[in-house]
Design a protein around this ligand. Structure first.
Ligand code: PEP
Ligand code: MG
Length: 325
C-alpha cells in the first residue's frame, strides 16, 4: 500500500465522477518542507507561525522571520501558502512570553486578540511575510480566532501600514490575499457580513468543534466525548460550506477533520473545494477521494444529517465504505 500511495504523488485528487479537490499541507516546521513537497501537496494550506516562534528564547526578529518564511515560499515555488499570524494563548504558550494565568484560557487572550494587543509584534510579522514573499503571488494571510468585524478593521490598518512602509523602501510586492479561520462559532453567522472584506475562509475544525461542543479534547475527563463528526459540528460545517458557496468565497478546511476518512466522506458530500492536512496523511486521503463518487458521498451526507448520534454517524459511513469495498 505504501508504494501505491507514494505513486499517487503526481495524480490529481479527483473523484470517480470527476470532481477535483485541492489538497494542501499543514506545516510550521522547516523539517516538514521536504515531506510536504514530496507528498504532492498543491501548496501550504496552514502554516502555523507559532512553531518557528517556539524555537529560540525570544521573539524572532523580522530578518529571522523573513529567512524562515522565505524557505517555505521557495520550496513551494509560487504555489499558494496560507500563512497564519501568530496564534498563541490557550493551549499554545511561548516559553519566553508566558501568558498570565487565566480562568478560561480557551476563551481568553489568544490568536488575533493577543496580536492586536501587541501590535508591534503583528506589524513585524506582517512585514516579514510581505518581504519573504516579495515578487511572488503566493502569500495568503490567515487570521486566527476572528470573532468581530473590529478585528478585521484593525488588521487591515496594520497590513496597509506594513505594505506602504515596504513600498516606500522600494520593495516590489503583490497585495496579499487575506482571509480568516472559521473556528469561533460566532464567525459562521457573520460570513455574509464579511464576504466583501475577505478573499477566502478556512474552517479550523479543531477549535470550531471545541467551541461548539464546549469540550476540551486535551482534558482527559472529557476527551472521549469530543468528536468532530458530532451532529452539531457537521451541521455547522455544512452551513459554512453553503455560505461560502453563496458568497463566492474560496473555502478550505485545515483541522483534523481533513485527514479523517470518515469526515472526508461527509465533506466531499458537502462539495468542499480544498483540504489541508499533515503531509503524512495526504496520500491516504487522496487515495480515498480517487475511489469514491461525489454523488455517493452526497447520499451518505443526506443520511447522516438526519442522525442525532455520533456513533451512528461513524457506523453508517464505515458500513457504506465497506459496502463499496
Ligand atoms: C483548528 O483549530 O482546527 C486549527 C487548524 O488550528 P489549530 O489546530 O492550530 O488551533
Ligand atoms: Mg485553531
Amino acid at each position: 500500500v505504501t508504494i501505491k500511495l507514494h505513486s499517487l504523488k503526481t495524480l490529481a485528487a479527483i473523484t470517480l465522477d470527476h470532481y477535483e479537490v485541492e489538497l494542501l499541507t499543514n506545516t510550521g516546521l522547516l523539517a516538514d518542507i521536504t515531506p510536504g513537497v514530496k507528498s504532492g501537496a498543491q501548496g501550504v494550506g496552514l502554516y502555523r507561525t507559532e512553531i518557528p516562534f517556539m524555537v529560540g528564547d525570544s521573539f524572532p526578529s523580522e530578518d529571522e522571520q523573513v529567512r524562515v518564511y522565505r524557505r517555505v515560499f521557495e520550496a513551494y515555488e509560487g504555489k499558494p501558502v496560507y500563512m497564519r499570524t501568530l496564534d498563541i494563548g490557550g493551549d499554545k504558550q511561548l516559553p519566553y512570553f508566558p501568558i498570565r494565568h487565566e480562568d478560561n484560557p480557551a476563551l481568553g487572550w489568544r490568536g488575533i486578540r493577543f496580536t492586536l494587543d501587541n501590535i508591534q509584534l503583528l506589524m513585524t510579522q506582517v512585514r516579514a511575510m510581505l518581504r519573504a514573499s516579495s515578487g511572488m503571488k503566493s502569500l495568503h494571510i490567515l487570521l486566527p480566532m476572528v470573532t468581530s468585524s473590529h478585528e478585521l478593521t484593525q488588521f487591515s490598518i496594520v497590513l496597509k501600514d506594513a505594505y506602504t512602509q515596504l513600498q516606500a523602501d522600494g520593495l516590489s510586492m503583490h497585495w496579499p490575499k487575506v482571509g480568516i479561520m472559521i473556528e469561533v462559532p460566532a464567525a459562521v453567522s457573520q460570513i455574509p457580513l464579511w464576504a466583501n472584506r475577505l478573499d477566502f475562509i478556512s474552517i479550523g475544525s479543531n477549535d470550531l468543534s471545541q467551541y461548539l461542543l464546549a469540550l476540551d479534547r486535551n482534558n482527559p475527563h472529557v476527551a472521549d466525548r469530543y468528536d468532530h463528526v458530532h451532529p452539531a459540528v457537521i451541521h455547522e460545517v455544512y452551513r459554512t460550506v453553503q455560505l461560502a458557496k453563496q458568497y463566492q468565497l474560496p473555502l478550505s478546511l485545515c483541522g483534523e477533520m481533513a485527514s479523517d476518512p470518515i469526515a472526508v466522506v461527509l465533506l466531499m458530500g458537502m462539495g468542499i473545494q480544498r483540504l489541508s492536512m499533515s503531509a503524512a496523511k495526504l496520500p491516504r486521503i487522496k487515495w480515498l477521494i480517487r475511489n469514491i463518487e461525489v454523488q455517493w458521498a452526497q447520499q451518505i451526507l443526506a443520511d447522516c444529517l438526519l442522525l442525532d448520534d455520533v456513533d451512528d454517524i461513524r457506523c453508517h459511513i464505515q458500513q457504506a465504505m465497506k459496502d463499496k469495498g
